[in-house]
Design a protein around this ligand. Structure first.
Ligand code: SAM
Length: 210
């Protein structure tokens, strides 16, 4: 799976990438009431311009991405100094208040991200096959503290077929996240040219007593 993503990036097959801010982020982020300076985790971040918006809104951003091409393309898109360092098994590239950790999201450990208070997933869950989605939801829950809030932008399609992107039903989103998060369904967009429908959810990490 990893090799497939690296290859996609090398060959420029990144149809999932948006060059403009995701409308759901702009519409709903402020409604989450995340403290302005809270650090936002962006798992499987690609070179999403949404990270610029979060950073411009005052949030330090921690993106995790397996493809070095994605990270290099992201930082090349802005003329701003870049700092490079190595920490806990990850090569990290920092540009302003955005740090991009090169490596496998599943290798990120809670000790390394203790200060995360919020998260943003657009097209991350849906990049993973079904058994890995279960692991993803559990891993995200381990990384963020009780009370952490975030947005999830997922995809469904009438006839589920081979992904990525994978079609993830609303029932599956609830089944994956409700053990550890409070979920609020926010909106469902119109179908795109391939019949995919994006749905947006607000999530809040539950505390030990629910
Ligand atoms: C569908 S793309 C979405 C990217 C971004 N969230 C966006 O909205 O443009 C999924 C991304 O996850 C990355 N990826 C896949 N598996 C990963 C993993 N285990 N750890 C970190 N990144 C991963 C891929 O390289 C790809 O850039």
């Amino acid at each position: 799976m990893t090799e497939q993503w690296l290859k996609r990036w090398r060959e420029g097959r990144i149809g999932f990438h948006r060059t403009t801010l995701h409308p759901a982020l702009e519409r709903y982020w402020l409604t989450l009431d995340v403290p302005r300076t809270a650090k936002v985790l962006v798992p499987l971040c690609g070179k999403s311009v949404d990270m610029r918006w979060l950073a411009d809104a005052g949030h330090p951003v921690l993106g995790v991405e397996i493809s070095p091409d994605a990270i290099e393309q992201f930082v090349a898109e802005r003329r701003q100094d870049v700092l490079r360092y190595y920490q806990a098994g990850f090569d990290i590239v920092r540009q302003g208040s955005i740090e991009l950790w090169l490596g496998d999201f599943f290798h990120l450990h809670i000790r390394q991200v203790a200060e995360i208070e919020a998260f943003y997933d657009r097209a991350s869950l849906i990049a993973l096959p079904r058994p890995t989605r279960q692991r993803y939801a559990f891993h995200l829950a381990q990384l963020v503290p009780p009370g952490a809030r975030g947005l999830l932008v997922s995809l469904t399609r009438g006839e589920a077929d081979a992904g990525p992107p994978y079609s993830v039903s609303h029932e599956e989103v609830e089944q994956l996240f409700s053990p550890n998060f409070r979920l609020t369904f926010l909106e469902q967009g119109p179908p795109d040219a391939r019949g995919f429908i994006e749905s947006t959810w607000a999530l809040e990490r539950r505390g030990p007593i629910g």
